[in-house]
Design a protein around this ligand. Structure first.
Ligand SMILES: O=C(O)CCC(=O)C(=O)O
Ligand SMILES: [Fe+2]
Length: 294
């Protein structure tokens, strides 16, 4: 985590001392935020220090996955997406489970979308992007687009028959109502395009989260679907887990990070590695606690 360099030695020892005294990470985040630290940064840095805190010499030098999970204070509950079995049956596709991690619950899936659906979503969103570029003169066209490392488009829930069928399948897959989902978001990354590590949930201590939490509540899980094969780079990475998922057309990675106590799980920090060759298209589905929009 290179941002550590930005934290003064005084703050670093303050964090170490208070974690050693047994203060909760959340209380330390709040103090940092009250001292004008950016909430996402405070969350990430406090978690980083708490996860790396020295374990007694008698134990392994690296905390086990279970110990790291316990240190965050997040209470794991029964997963929403099927916790067992190598396939998940939806009304029209049999989705295959490739990899599972339990704490946090991260699952790599195959056959979430057909190749035709992937191609059609790319085609439809390319059209949307072209239209929005010409409709809004203030975006400045190509100059602005060239600066961005990714760009995207939204499909409203049930926007057309193709999307409605996919929304239905995803709700079955994730055992959560269609109405609690945000509309599918399409992102396109060119060579060099990336998505720096972040949390998909709205940090509870962040003032700016209130407006998001007011509609549909907290985000609880994410499904990142890959719409094309990427020749090199573009993996979805989970830095706290040492996990990198390579994009594969029609496959997806699913992860959960909010429980029934409204706690959020910092171990789900994730990002998109820079694309090295070719381009990367993904479709992301975020689920909310409550009914969202439509
Ligand atoms: O590009 C990726 O692989 C990750 C995308 C992501 O984190 C998101 O859409 O929230
Ligand atoms: Fe994300």
């Amino acid at each position: 985590m290179d941002k550590i360099a930005e934290l003064s030695p005084e703050w670093q020892s303050w964090l170490q001392d208070n974690l050693a005294r047994g203060c909760t990470p959340q209380s330390l985040v709040e103090v940092m935020v009250s001292h004008q630290f950016e909430p996402m940064f405070a969350n990430a840095i406090v978690f980083h220090f708490s996860a790396l805190r020295q374990v007694p010499a008698a134990q392994a030098s690296e905390p086990s996955a279970g110990q790291r999970a316990a240190q965050t204070g997040y209470q794991y509950e029964a997963p929403r997406l099927a916790p067992a079995g190598n396939t998940i049956q939806t009304h029209d596709l049999t989705v295959r489970v490739v990899t599972r991690i339990n704490k946090p619950y991260v699952v790599v899936l195959e056959n979430v979308l057909t190749a035709e659906e992937c191609d059609e979503m790319i085609r439809l969103s390319s059209d949307k992007l072209k239209r929005s570029m010409t409709v809004d003169p203030k975006t400045g066209g190509d100059a602005v687009i060239a600066d961005r490392t990714s760009y995207g488009a939204f499909f409203a829930i049930n926007e057309n028959p193709l999307i409605a069928n996919i929304d239905r399948r995803l709700a079955e897959l994730m055992s959560w109502p269609v109405e609690n989902g945000e509309g599918i978001q399409i992102l396109n990354y060119k060579v060099g395009g990336e998505y720096k590590p972040h949390f998909d949930y709205f940090p509870p201590s962040d003032e700016g989260s209130k407006v998001h939490l007011g509609q549909g509540g907290q985000r609880i899980s994410t499904l990142v679907m890959y719409l094309n094969d990427v020749p090199a780079g573009g993996e979805t990475i989970f830095p706290e887990l040492g996990l990198a998922v390579a994009p594969k057309k029609g496959s997806a990675v699913y992860f959960e990070y909010c429980n029934s106590l409204d706690q959020v799980d910092p171990l789900t920090l994730h990002g998109g590695n820079p694309v090295i060759e070719g381009e990367k298209w993904i479709a992301t589905k975020w689920l909310r606690q409550h009914r969202y929009g439509g």
